[in-house]
Design a protein around this ligand. Structure first.
Ligand SMILES: Nc1ncnc2c1ncn2[C@@H]1O[C@H](COP(=O)(O)OP(=O)(O)OP(=O)(O)O)[C@@H](O)[C@H]1O
Ligand SMILES: *[C@@H]1O[C@H](CO)[C@@H](O)[C@H](O)[C@H]1NC(C)=O
Ligand SMILES: *[C@@H]1O[C@H](CO)[C@@H](O)[C@H](O)[C@H]1NC(C)=O
Length: 322
Protein backbone atom coordinates (compact mmCIF):
# COMPACT_ATOMS: atom_id res chain seq x y z
CA UNK A 1 0.00 0.00 0.00
CA UNK A 2 1.35 3.46 -0.86
CA UNK A 3 2.24 5.80 1.97
CA UNK A 4 -0.49 8.31 2.71
CA UNK A 5 -1.14 11.24 4.98
CA UNK A 6 -4.32 9.52 6.11
CA UNK A 7 -3.40 5.89 6.66
CA UNK A 8 -6.59 5.20 8.62
CA UNK A 9 -8.80 6.47 5.84
CA UNK A 10 -6.89 4.60 3.17
CA UNK A 11 -7.12 1.38 5.15
CA UNK A 12 -10.89 1.88 5.35
CA UNK A 13 -11.10 2.34 1.62
CA UNK A 14 -9.21 -0.89 0.97
CA UNK A 15 -11.62 -3.07 2.94
CA UNK A 16 -14.10 -4.98 0.79
CA UNK A 17 -17.66 -4.75 2.12
CA UNK A 18 -18.89 -7.56 -0.15
CA UNK A 19 -16.76 -10.69 -0.47
CA UNK A 20 -17.62 -13.55 -2.80
CA UNK A 21 -16.19 -17.02 -2.30
CA UNK A 22 -17.12 -18.70 -5.55
CA UNK A 23 -16.63 -19.50 -9.19
CA UNK A 24 -15.21 -17.96 -12.36
CA UNK A 25 -16.05 -19.57 -15.70
CA UNK A 26 -15.23 -18.69 -19.27
CA UNK A 27 -18.30 -19.05 -21.50
CA UNK A 28 -17.52 -20.31 -25.02
CA UNK A 29 -20.68 -19.63 -26.96
CA UNK A 30 -21.52 -20.82 -30.49
CA UNK A 31 -24.72 -19.75 -32.21
CA UNK A 32 -26.10 -22.28 -34.72
CA UNK A 33 -29.35 -22.74 -36.63
CA UNK A 34 -29.90 -26.08 -34.89
CA UNK A 35 -28.20 -28.26 -32.28
CA UNK A 36 -25.80 -30.96 -33.62
CA UNK A 37 -26.61 -34.68 -33.35
CA UNK A 38 -24.17 -37.22 -31.91
CA UNK A 39 -21.07 -37.45 -34.10
CA UNK A 40 -22.21 -34.62 -36.34
CA UNK A 41 -20.20 -31.54 -37.27
CA UNK A 42 -22.21 -28.46 -38.14
CA UNK A 43 -21.35 -24.84 -38.89
CA UNK A 44 -22.42 -22.08 -36.58
CA UNK A 45 -22.84 -18.43 -37.59
CA UNK A 46 -21.34 -16.70 -34.58
CA UNK A 47 -18.87 -17.37 -31.75
CA UNK A 48 -18.05 -15.32 -28.70
CA UNK A 49 -16.29 -15.63 -25.38
CA UNK A 50 -18.02 -14.31 -22.28
CA UNK A 51 -17.17 -13.99 -18.62
CA UNK A 52 -19.41 -16.08 -16.39
CA UNK A 53 -19.55 -18.25 -13.30
CA UNK A 54 -22.10 -17.43 -10.64
CA UNK A 55 -19.55 -16.20 -8.11
CA UNK A 56 -17.91 -13.70 -10.42
CA UNK A 57 -21.25 -12.62 -11.93
CA UNK A 58 -22.67 -11.74 -8.52
CA UNK A 59 -19.46 -9.94 -7.55
CA UNK A 60 -19.47 -7.90 -10.77
CA UNK A 61 -23.06 -6.77 -10.20
CA UNK A 62 -22.33 -5.70 -6.62
CA UNK A 63 -19.20 -3.85 -7.78
CA UNK A 64 -21.06 -2.01 -10.55
CA UNK A 65 -23.53 -0.69 -7.98
CA UNK A 66 -20.60 0.83 -6.10
CA UNK A 67 -19.70 -1.86 -3.57
CA UNK A 68 -16.08 -2.38 -2.55
CA UNK A 69 -15.70 -6.03 -3.47
CA UNK A 70 -13.22 -8.89 -3.36
CA UNK A 71 -13.49 -12.37 -4.81
CA UNK A 72 -11.83 -15.45 -3.37
CA UNK A 73 -11.64 -17.89 -6.28
CA UNK A 74 -9.30 -20.01 -8.39
CA UNK A 75 -8.57 -19.91 -12.12
CA UNK A 76 -6.00 -21.78 -14.21
CA UNK A 77 -2.51 -20.54 -15.08
CA UNK A 78 -3.65 -20.15 -18.67
CA UNK A 79 -4.82 -17.42 -21.01
CA UNK A 80 -8.48 -17.71 -19.91
CA UNK A 81 -7.35 -17.32 -16.32
CA UNK A 82 -5.22 -14.28 -17.14
CA UNK A 83 -8.10 -12.71 -19.07
CA UNK A 84 -10.51 -13.41 -16.23
CA UNK A 85 -8.29 -11.68 -13.68
CA UNK A 86 -8.07 -8.68 -16.02
CA UNK A 87 -11.88 -8.64 -16.27
CA UNK A 88 -12.25 -8.66 -12.48
CA UNK A 89 -9.77 -5.79 -12.18
CA UNK A 90 -11.62 -3.79 -14.82
CA UNK A 91 -14.72 -4.12 -12.69
CA UNK A 92 -12.83 -2.74 -9.70
CA UNK A 93 -12.87 -6.08 -7.85
CA UNK A 94 -9.94 -6.94 -5.57
CA UNK A 95 -8.08 -9.98 -6.93
CA UNK A 96 -5.68 -10.24 -4.02
CA UNK A 97 -7.15 -13.68 -3.26
CA UNK A 98 -7.82 -14.81 -6.81
CA UNK A 99 -5.54 -17.82 -7.04
CA UNK A 100 -4.03 -19.26 -10.22
CA UNK A 101 -3.17 -22.95 -10.42
CA UNK A 102 -1.14 -25.05 -12.88
CA UNK A 103 -3.09 -28.15 -11.85
CA UNK A 104 -6.33 -27.46 -13.73
CA UNK A 105 -7.72 -25.27 -16.50
CA UNK A 106 -9.86 -22.20 -15.83
CA UNK A 107 -13.49 -23.28 -15.45
CA UNK A 108 -15.26 -23.32 -18.80
CA UNK A 109 -18.80 -23.60 -20.10
CA UNK A 110 -19.13 -24.71 -23.73
CA UNK A 111 -22.52 -23.48 -24.88
CA UNK A 112 -24.36 -24.07 -28.16
CA UNK A 113 -27.50 -22.03 -28.75
CA UNK A 114 -29.89 -22.57 -31.67
CA UNK A 115 -32.19 -20.04 -33.34
CA UNK A 116 -35.03 -20.92 -30.98
CA UNK A 117 -32.84 -20.05 -28.00
CA UNK A 118 -32.59 -23.72 -26.95
CA UNK A 119 -29.14 -24.71 -25.76
CA UNK A 120 -26.82 -27.52 -24.77
CA UNK A 121 -24.14 -26.76 -22.22
CA UNK A 122 -21.10 -28.60 -20.87
CA UNK A 123 -19.48 -27.15 -17.76
CA UNK A 124 -15.99 -28.17 -16.66
CA UNK A 125 -15.40 -26.67 -13.21
CA UNK A 126 -11.61 -27.14 -13.51
CA UNK A 127 -9.71 -24.78 -11.21
CA UNK A 128 -12.91 -23.88 -9.34
CA UNK A 129 -12.89 -27.39 -7.82
CA UNK A 130 -9.41 -26.80 -6.43
CA UNK A 131 -10.32 -23.79 -4.28
CA UNK A 132 -9.78 -25.23 -0.80
CA UNK A 133 -9.96 -24.36 2.86
CA UNK A 134 -6.23 -23.58 2.91
CA UNK A 135 -6.92 -20.82 0.35
CA UNK A 136 -9.70 -19.48 2.60
CA UNK A 137 -7.36 -19.41 5.59
CA UNK A 138 -5.00 -17.19 3.61
CA UNK A 139 -7.91 -14.85 2.84
CA UNK A 140 -9.08 -14.63 6.48
CA UNK A 141 -8.31 -10.90 6.72
CA UNK A 142 -10.59 -10.03 3.78
CA UNK A 143 -13.36 -12.45 4.79
CA UNK A 144 -13.51 -11.42 8.43
CA UNK A 145 -13.65 -7.67 7.70
CA UNK A 146 -16.48 -7.84 5.14
CA UNK A 147 -20.07 -6.80 5.79
CA UNK A 148 -21.57 -9.52 3.59
CA UNK A 149 -20.24 -12.75 2.14
CA UNK A 150 -21.86 -14.50 -0.83
CA UNK A 151 -21.40 -18.20 -1.67
CA UNK A 152 -22.86 -20.54 -4.28
CA UNK A 153 -22.38 -24.22 -5.17
CA UNK A 154 -20.06 -23.99 -8.19
CA UNK A 155 -17.06 -24.74 -5.99
CA UNK A 156 -16.56 -27.75 -3.69
CA UNK A 157 -19.43 -27.71 -1.12
CA UNK A 158 -16.94 -28.26 1.72
CA UNK A 159 -15.15 -25.04 0.72
CA UNK A 160 -18.42 -23.09 0.62
CA UNK A 161 -19.37 -24.46 4.04
CA UNK A 162 -16.02 -23.44 5.49
CA UNK A 163 -16.38 -19.94 3.99
CA UNK A 164 -19.85 -19.53 5.52
CA UNK A 165 -18.55 -20.80 8.87
CA UNK A 166 -15.67 -18.30 8.80
CA UNK A 167 -18.03 -15.45 7.94
CA UNK A 168 -20.43 -16.36 10.74
CA UNK A 169 -17.68 -16.55 13.32
CA UNK A 170 -16.64 -12.99 12.38
CA UNK A 171 -20.17 -11.56 12.43
CA UNK A 172 -20.23 -11.18 8.62
CA UNK A 173 -23.73 -11.52 7.13
CA UNK A 174 -24.06 -14.55 4.85
CA UNK A 175 -25.98 -14.65 1.58
CA UNK A 176 -26.09 -18.18 0.20
CA UNK A 177 -27.29 -19.01 -3.32
CA UNK A 178 -27.64 -22.82 -3.56
CA UNK A 179 -27.00 -22.96 -7.29
CA UNK A 180 -26.77 -25.31 -9.00
CA UNK A 181 -29.02 -27.08 -6.48
CA UNK A 182 -28.30 -30.50 -5.00
CA UNK A 183 -31.18 -32.48 -3.49
CA UNK A 184 -29.41 -33.65 -0.33
CA UNK A 185 -27.83 -30.33 0.61
CA UNK A 186 -25.87 -30.48 3.89
CA UNK A 187 -28.12 -29.19 6.69
CA UNK A 188 -25.45 -26.71 7.83
CA UNK A 189 -25.95 -24.63 4.67
CA UNK A 190 -29.33 -23.59 6.04
CA UNK A 191 -28.24 -22.77 9.58
CA UNK A 192 -25.22 -20.82 8.28
CA UNK A 193 -27.35 -18.64 5.94
CA UNK A 194 -28.67 -15.25 6.98
CA UNK A 195 -30.29 -15.06 3.57
CA UNK A 196 -30.87 -18.22 1.53
CA UNK A 197 -31.76 -17.16 -2.03
CA UNK A 198 -32.69 -19.50 -4.88
CA UNK A 199 -34.92 -19.69 -7.95
CA UNK A 200 -38.08 -21.75 -8.48
CA UNK A 201 -36.46 -24.92 -9.81
CA UNK A 202 -33.80 -24.88 -7.10
CA UNK A 203 -36.47 -24.42 -4.43
CA UNK A 204 -38.27 -27.43 -5.86
CA UNK A 205 -35.14 -29.64 -5.90
CA UNK A 206 -34.34 -28.66 -2.31
CA UNK A 207 -37.83 -28.92 -0.79
CA UNK A 208 -39.83 -31.22 -3.09
CA UNK A 209 -42.51 -28.51 -3.27
CA UNK A 210 -43.40 -27.90 -6.94
CA UNK A 211 -43.02 -24.12 -7.34
CA UNK A 212 -45.10 -22.58 -10.13
CA UNK A 213 -45.99 -19.26 -8.55
CA UNK A 214 -45.92 -17.11 -5.43
CA UNK A 215 -48.25 -19.27 -3.33
CA UNK A 216 -46.16 -22.42 -3.76
CA UNK A 217 -42.99 -20.35 -3.36
CA UNK A 218 -44.30 -19.27 0.04
CA UNK A 219 -44.76 -22.94 0.99
CA UNK A 220 -41.26 -23.85 -0.21
CA UNK A 221 -39.85 -20.85 1.69
CA UNK A 222 -41.52 -22.17 4.84
CA UNK A 223 -39.61 -25.44 4.44
CA UNK A 224 -36.32 -23.58 3.91
CA UNK A 225 -36.88 -21.38 6.98
CA UNK A 226 -37.78 -24.45 9.06
CA UNK A 227 -34.41 -25.86 8.10
CA UNK A 228 -32.75 -22.91 9.79
CA UNK A 229 -31.99 -20.00 7.48
CA UNK A 230 -32.91 -16.57 8.89
CA UNK A 231 -34.57 -15.48 5.65
CA UNK A 232 -35.54 -17.43 2.52
CA UNK A 233 -35.92 -15.64 -0.82
CA UNK A 234 -37.24 -17.42 -3.91
CA UNK A 235 -36.96 -15.58 -7.23
CA UNK A 236 -39.83 -15.97 -9.70
CA UNK A 237 -38.55 -14.45 -12.94
CA UNK A 238 -40.99 -11.82 -14.25
CA UNK A 239 -43.12 -12.34 -11.13
CA UNK A 240 -40.42 -10.91 -8.85
CA UNK A 241 -39.72 -12.85 -5.68
CA UNK A 242 -41.15 -14.20 -2.45
CA UNK A 243 -39.53 -13.77 0.97
CA UNK A 244 -40.09 -15.33 4.35
CA UNK A 245 -38.20 -14.68 7.58
CA UNK A 246 -37.90 -16.44 10.93
CA UNK A 247 -39.51 -13.44 12.61
CA UNK A 248 -42.72 -13.18 10.54
CA UNK A 249 -44.71 -16.30 9.62
CA UNK A 250 -46.38 -14.71 6.58
CA UNK A 251 -44.56 -14.96 3.21
CA UNK A 252 -44.41 -11.70 1.22
CA UNK A 253 -44.61 -11.49 -2.55
CA UNK A 254 -42.52 -8.63 -3.95
CA UNK A 255 -43.75 -7.82 -7.45
CA UNK A 256 -41.56 -6.32 -10.14
CA UNK A 257 -42.38 -4.09 -13.08
CA UNK A 258 -43.18 -5.55 -16.44
CA UNK A 259 -40.33 -5.17 -18.92
CA UNK A 260 -39.54 -6.54 -22.37
CA UNK A 261 -37.04 -9.34 -21.66
CA UNK A 262 -34.32 -9.73 -24.30
CA UNK A 263 -32.02 -12.20 -22.51
CA UNK A 264 -32.65 -13.44 -18.98
CA UNK A 265 -29.29 -15.25 -18.69
CA UNK A 266 -27.65 -14.26 -15.44
CA UNK A 267 -30.69 -12.43 -14.05
CA UNK A 268 -30.54 -14.48 -10.87
CA UNK A 269 -26.90 -13.50 -10.35
CA UNK A 270 -27.66 -9.82 -10.95
CA UNK A 271 -30.38 -10.08 -8.30
CA UNK A 272 -28.10 -11.76 -5.74
CA UNK A 273 -25.26 -9.28 -6.36
CA UNK A 274 -27.66 -6.37 -5.93
CA UNK A 275 -29.08 -7.83 -2.73
CA UNK A 276 -25.57 -8.18 -1.29
CA UNK A 277 -24.89 -4.54 -2.16
CA UNK A 278 -27.99 -3.40 -0.25
CA UNK A 279 -27.29 -5.66 2.73
CA UNK A 280 -23.77 -4.21 2.97
CA UNK A 281 -24.43 -0.52 2.27
CA UNK A 282 -28.07 0.03 3.29
CA UNK A 283 -28.48 -2.29 6.27
CA UNK A 284 -31.26 -0.12 7.67
CA UNK A 285 -33.56 -0.64 4.70
CA UNK A 286 -36.29 -3.22 5.25
CA UNK A 287 -35.59 -6.49 3.51
CA UNK A 288 -38.70 -5.91 1.44
CA UNK A 289 -37.30 -2.64 0.14
CA UNK A 290 -33.93 -4.27 -0.62
CA UNK A 291 -35.71 -6.98 -2.62
CA UNK A 292 -37.82 -4.43 -4.48
CA UNK A 293 -34.66 -2.62 -5.56
CA UNK A 294 -32.88 -5.89 -6.41
CA UNK A 295 -35.88 -6.85 -8.59
CA UNK A 296 -35.52 -3.54 -10.39
CA UNK A 297 -31.81 -4.00 -11.05
CA UNK A 298 -32.24 -7.60 -12.30
CA UNK A 299 -35.07 -6.39 -14.56
CA UNK A 300 -32.67 -3.89 -16.13
CA UNK A 301 -30.24 -6.78 -16.81
CA UNK A 302 -32.83 -8.85 -18.71
CA UNK A 303 -33.37 -6.01 -21.18
CA UNK A 304 -29.81 -6.31 -22.53
CA UNK A 305 -28.09 -9.33 -24.16
CA UNK A 306 -25.35 -11.24 -22.38
CA UNK A 307 -24.55 -12.05 -18.77
CA UNK A 308 -22.07 -9.63 -17.14
CA UNK A 309 -22.34 -7.39 -20.19
CA UNK A 310 -26.01 -6.80 -19.26
CA UNK A 311 -25.38 -5.75 -15.66
CA UNK A 312 -26.09 -2.06 -15.04
CA UNK A 313 -23.75 0.45 -13.39
CA UNK A 314 -24.83 2.84 -10.65
CA UNK A 315 -24.45 5.78 -13.05
CA UNK A 316 -27.10 4.30 -15.38
CA UNK A 317 -29.70 3.69 -12.67
CA UNK A 318 -32.26 6.01 -11.01
CA UNK A 319 -30.99 8.01 -8.01
CA UNK A 320 -33.86 6.67 -5.94
CA UNK A 321 -32.16 3.28 -5.77
CA UNK A 322 -29.22 4.71 -3.80
N1 LIG B 1 -38.83 -11.21 -17.49
C1 LIG B 1 -38.46 -10.53 -16.41
N2 LIG B 1 -38.97 -9.32 -16.14
C2 LIG B 1 -38.61 -8.63 -15.05
N3 LIG B 1 -37.74 -9.09 -14.15
C3 LIG B 1 -37.19 -10.29 -14.35
C4 LIG B 1 -37.51 -11.09 -15.48
N4 LIG B 1 -36.81 -12.24 -15.40
C5 LIG B 1 -36.07 -12.15 -14.27
N5 LIG B 1 -36.30 -11.00 -13.63
C6 LIG B 1 -35.68 -10.55 -12.36
O1 LIG B 1 -34.57 -11.38 -12.10
C7 LIG B 1 -34.76 -12.09 -10.89
C8 LIG B 1 -34.18 -13.47 -11.05
O2 LIG B 1 -34.82 -14.12 -12.12
P1 LIG B 1 -35.09 -15.68 -12.12
O3 LIG B 1 -36.01 -16.04 -11.03
O4 LIG B 1 -35.48 -16.06 -13.49
O5 LIG B 1 -33.65 -16.22 -11.72
P2 LIG B 1 -32.78 -17.36 -12.40
O6 LIG B 1 -33.68 -18.42 -12.91
O7 LIG B 1 -31.76 -17.76 -11.42
O8 LIG B 1 -32.13 -16.55 -13.58
P3 LIG B 1 -31.24 -17.12 -14.73
O9 LIG B 1 -31.10 -18.61 -14.51
O10 LIG B 1 -31.98 -16.75 -15.97
O11 LIG B 1 -29.97 -16.40 -14.57
C9 LIG B 1 -36.25 -12.07 -10.63
O12 LIG B 1 -36.53 -12.21 -9.26
C10 LIG B 1 -36.62 -10.70 -11.18
O13 LIG B 1 -36.31 -9.72 -10.23
C1 LIG C 1 -32.66 -21.72 -11.89
O1 LIG C 1 -31.25 -21.59 -11.97
C2 LIG C 1 -30.61 -22.68 -12.60
C3 LIG C 1 -29.13 -22.41 -12.55
O2 LIG C 1 -28.70 -22.55 -11.24
C4 LIG C 1 -31.09 -22.82 -14.02
O3 LIG C 1 -30.49 -23.93 -14.65
C5 LIG C 1 -32.59 -22.98 -14.04
O4 LIG C 1 -33.06 -22.98 -15.37
C6 LIG C 1 -33.25 -21.82 -13.27
N1 LIG C 1 -34.67 -22.06 -13.15
C7 LIG C 1 -35.59 -21.19 -13.57
C8 LIG C 1 -37.00 -21.57 -13.33
O5 LIG C 1 -35.28 -20.13 -14.12
C1 LIG D 1 -28.91 2.56 10.96
O1 LIG D 1 -29.71 2.83 12.09
C2 LIG D 1 -28.96 2.92 13.30
C3 LIG D 1 -29.94 3.03 14.47
O2 LIG D 1 -31.11 3.71 14.10
C4 LIG D 1 -28.01 4.13 13.21
O3 LIG D 1 -27.25 4.23 14.39
C5 LIG D 1 -27.08 3.89 12.03
O4 LIG D 1 -26.25 5.01 11.85
C6 LIG D 1 -27.86 3.64 10.75
N1 LIG D 1 -26.92 3.21 9.73
C7 LIG D 1 -26.96 3.68 8.48
C8 LIG D 1 -25.94 3.10 7.54
O5 LIG D 1 -27.76 4.51 8.09
Amino acid sequence: MAASGEPGRQWQEEVAAVVVVGSCMTDLVSLTSRLPKTGETIHGHKFFIGFGGKGANQCVQAARLGAKTAIVCKVGKDSFGNDYIENLKQNGISTEFTYQTKDAATGAASIIVNNEGQNIIVIVAGANSLLNTEDLREATSVISRAKVMICQLEITPATSLEALTMARSSGVKTLFNPAPAIADLDARFYTLSDVFCCNESEAEILTGVAVGGPAEAGKAAQVLVQRGCQVAVITLGAAGCVMLSQTDPVPKHILTEKVKAVDTTGAGDSFVGALAFYMAYYPNLSLEEMLKRSNFIAAVSVQVAGTQSSYPYKKDLPFALF
